[in-house]
Design a protein around this ligand. Structure first.
Ligand SMILES: Cc1cc2nc3c(=O)[nH]c(=O)nc-3n(C[C@H](O)[C@H](O)[C@H](O)COP(=O)(O)O)c2cc1C
Length: 434
């Protein structure tokens, strides 16, 4: 393998360094996975709240903190409150954000994204997508228009431009979001990509946009800057991107020169990565406890020549160590636990903590609404929204310098979330004319 591990017999694997193919070293095997913060100002710039939030997270000592979605195009947001980096106007705030993270002891990597059709109506009534295939979730998403050749070339340049800007601002790496049903993931899926030109049809054509984006980003950031890709192991929807597709795309990524492959799964249609543990275990008896995508990651691992990071469901130190020592993953990605216990890694590393809270098990309204044979897509979507609202609320509290509030009820979290997102979207339109 083209990357080095520092092995000592005494220390746990999770605390060991990892040197990436580009030559960059990370201090340990823990990464805070991307979580959209919703904390940008009306002009889509980072704020003091980002600095407070990431300073708090950095105190835990995870090697890498990935930002939430940073959008490459202000016309297409995943949510009002996203940071957008498309020119040098927000560089001072980005620098301060990176500095606050560094002061706490972690690296800051930017996750750069385009939502494609998963762009809510409040942000844009006509999103951009590979094909005009609308996302049907509570009528919240407009019918997208199919990207022209010029749109596609613009998207490629935008990813490269945003990567170069975050590098200039002192962030330590960049992650291209090609998972969870966002634009690059939509191109990969035969369900959402119905194109008959060179960007659709065969898997090679559907993967072309991702590979072109990686190529353009590498050309702009140079050979020594870390590039990660977040990829689905599967979309878990009929006709979507499959594990076999994923294994093939990883082989193409092998030659593209990336430094860390994050493995996830699901899209807005099937939010697999949001599944509560209790529900996931009930519906998938073949699944190893905890990590949702570990079984899938094993097939990916078998072909991947770059380090990989599995994210989703890790909640015990034993589970993380087993995945690392078993060689199934090189890094462990965690998201939701950071919202309730923001500096848990320090206590885990010092042997004071070996199990993380799983509040999402208590956030489910009703029962039996999650599996593939779910009686109600609407109910499942409602549960997803409640859960999103719950965690968004915790992130906001941390950004305001407050403590988490684990006891918030699902519907209360949902209503607060809807109110705030609507306010942010209107503020953006009124103040910035977006
Ligand atoms: C509040 C919240 C926001 C998220 N935002 C993003 C995001 O911006 N980009 C992304 O790739 N994944 C996002 N995710 C998914 C996480 O990165 C991760 O894949 C998922 O939560 C599973 O990991 P966990 O079980 O450790 O929480 C988000 C998850 C949560 C809970």
């Amino acid at each position: 393998m083209g990357y080095a591990m520092c092995a000592t017999l005494e220390s746990a694997l999770i605390e060991q360094t990892l040197t990436l193919p580009c030559g960059h070293t990370v201090a340990n095997r823990l990464c805070k996975a991307a979580m959209t913060e919703g904390l940008a100002d009306a002009h889509d710039q980072p704020t003091d709240a980002h600095q407070r939030l990431y300073a708090t997270w950095a105190r835990g000592g995870a090697a890498i903190l990935l930002t939430g979605n940073i959008m490459v195009d202000r016309r297409y947001l995943e949510r009002a409150g996203n940071v957008v980096v498309e020119n040098a106007s927000g560089l001072a705030q980005l620098r301060a954000w990176a500095q606050a993270t560094h002061d706490g002891g972690s690296q800051l990597w930017a996750q750069i994204s385009h939502p494609g059709r998963q762009c809510p109506r409040l942000a844009n009534l006509t999103p951009l997508a590979p094909s005009a295939v609308q996302l049907q979730v509570f009528g919240n998403f407009g019918k997208p228009r199919a990207a022209t050749e010029a749109d596609i070339q613009d998207v490629i340049q935008r990813f490269a431009n945003t990567a170069a800007l975050v590098q200039q601002a002192g962030l330590d790496g960049v992650q291209i979001h090609a998972a969870h049903g966002y634009l690059l993931s939509q191109f990969l899926s035969a369900r959402t990509n119905l194109r008959q030109d060179g960007w659709g049809g065969t898997l090679a054509n559907r993967a072309r946009l991702l590979l072109e984006v990686v190529r353009a980003v590498r050309a702009r950031v140079g050979p020594r800057y870390p590039i990660s890709v977040k990829l689905n192991s599967s979309d878990f929807v009929k006709g979507g991107f499959t594990l076999d597709d994923s294994v093939q795309v990883v082989q193409w990524l092998n030659d593209a020169g990336i430094d860390l492959l994050e493995v996830s799964g699901g899209t807005y249609e099937q939010l697999e990565f949001f599944k509560p543990q209790a529900v996931a275990a009930k519906h998938d008896s073949t699944r190893e406890r905890e990590a949702m995508f570990l079984e899938y990651a094993k097939s990916i691992r078998a072909v991947a020549r770059m380090p990989i990071m599995v994210t989703g469901g890790f909640r015990t130190l034993a589970g993380m160590e087993a995945a690392l020592t078993g060689g199934h993953t090189d890094m462990v990605g965690l998201a939701r636990p950071f919202c309730l216990d923001p500096d848990f890694p320090a206590r885990m590393f010092h042997g004071q903590l070996d199990r993380l809270p799983v509040p999402e098990d208590q956030l489910v309204l009703g029962t039996g609404y999650w599996g593939p044979n779910s009686p109600s897509n609407g109910m499942r979507s409602l549960n997803n929204l409640c859960q999103a609202g719950y965690y968004y609320g915790q992130i906001e509290r941390l950004g305001a310098g407050q403590l988490p509030q684990p006891g918030v009820r699902p519907l209360q979290a949902l209503l607060a979330h809807l109110g705030k997102d609507t306010y942010r979207a209107l503020r953006r339109k009124l103040v910035a004319g977006a």
